[in-house]
Design a protein around this ligand. Structure first.
Ligand SMILES: NC(=O)c1ccc[n+]([C@@H]2O[C@H](COP(=O)([O-])OP(=O)(O)OC[C@H]3O[C@@H](n4cnc5c(N)ncnc54)[C@H](OP(=O)(O)O)[C@@H]3O)[C@@H](O)[C@H]2O)c1
Length: 282
């Protein structure tokens, strides 16, 4: 979802090399397992020299990670270590995308980059392992960008799921006691380029402006998409149990990124409206 959007907003004058896990026929992107040192070394040799790397690949099946933590840790932890070693050797910056799930969600004010972490899920632990590896192995060049609640023109996401369900049902129940910020990949992707080109090593938070519950996100999605004949009911996390625990509150303080770019990401409702205007997936 995010990687393809990053490739669709390449700054003028920049040449890019996108990768995929497996080479797809007819697509000009080398297949690379980013958790494999040799494959990444070959990528750098055959397609480099690079002036920087934006790492958006990940194991993102949050619930499945509870029973596949070793695999999640290999993909989310080890791949960051592999890329950090390669980027340190090449002396180039590495931007890697992380998550609000590194926090436990007990705070009541927006999380700042230096606030204590405490993941409550296997996915969160695996992403934290990646952050730590990159910052340790490439302290001069690693830029961790934590984001949350992503949706966008490609891939599977909450807004798309709500629109699909609304075609099948008259009523939906959505969790109303978890708070974060829906963030469009259309907003986030250019910000990753800015962090690569102008940022310094360290941790950034990057989400749209404002805050919402999943319930409010669902209601806004249907309203802005013009769906009128579906009722959304709020429910609690306890009523909708999932294998992985999620932080109850994970709004991110994005001041550092705002300072870097001179502007924040768009307010979440505005970004959602823009996205719904560009997608045919309604
Ligand atoms: N989605 C969200 O709400 C959200 C929230 C916070 C943070 N993030 C973070 O944002 C980033 C982008 O997320 P996304 O939703 O765009 O993810 P996504 O759509 O699931 O894409 C992840 C991609 O990584 C690939 N991949 C998995 N293992 C790999 C490996 N070993 N080597 C190379 N590629 C591999 C996957 O390939 P296959 O499809 O072939 O497996 C997939 O194409 C991730 O770092 C994620 O943790 C996402």
């Amino acid at each position: 979802m995010l990687g393809s959007q990053v490739l669709l907003c390449v700054p003028d004058g920049t040449l890019v090399c996108g990768t995929d896990l497996k080479e797809a026929p007819g697509v000009d992107a080398p297949g690379v397992d980013l958790a494999d040192d040799d494959q990444v070394a070959r990528l750098f040799e055959e397609h480099g020299p690079f002036s920087g790397v934006i790492h958006t690949a990940a194991y993102t099946a949050v619930d499945k990670a509870e029973t596949e933590e070793a695999l999640a840790t290999r993909v989310n932890g080890e791949a960051c270590a592999v890329l950090a070693r390669a980027c340190a050797k090449a002396q180039i910056p590495l931007v890697l995308v992380s998550t609000d799930f590194v926090f436990d969600g007990t705070q009541t004010r927006p999380y700042e980059p230096e606030d204590p972490v405490g993941p409550v899920s296997a996915y969160g632990r695996s992403k934290l392992a990646g952050e730590r590896a990159a910052l340790e192995l490439h302290p001069a060049g690693a830029r961790v960008v934590r984001t949350q609640w992503l949706y966008g023109p490609r891939g599977k996401h909450f807004a798309g799921t709500m629109l699909a369900l609304a075609r099948e049902r008259d009523e939906l129940r959505v969790v109303a006691d978890q708070k974060g910020t829906p963030t469009s990949t259309l907003e986030l992707a250019p910000a990753l380029w800015a962090v690569l080109q102008d940022g310094e090593a360290g941790i950034y938070h990057a989400a749209c402006e404002g805050e919402a519950t999943w319930y409010e996100f669902a209601v806004a999605t249907l309203e802005l998409a013009g769906v009128e004949d579906v009722t959304v009911h709020p429910c609690t996390t306890a009523e909708y149990p999932t294998p992985a625990r999620r932080p109850a509150y994970s709004v991110l303080d994005c001041s550092r990124l705002t300072e870097l770019r001179g502007k924040s990401l768009a307010p979440w409702r505005e970004a959602l409206s823009t996205y719904l205007g560009t997608t045919t997936d309604q």
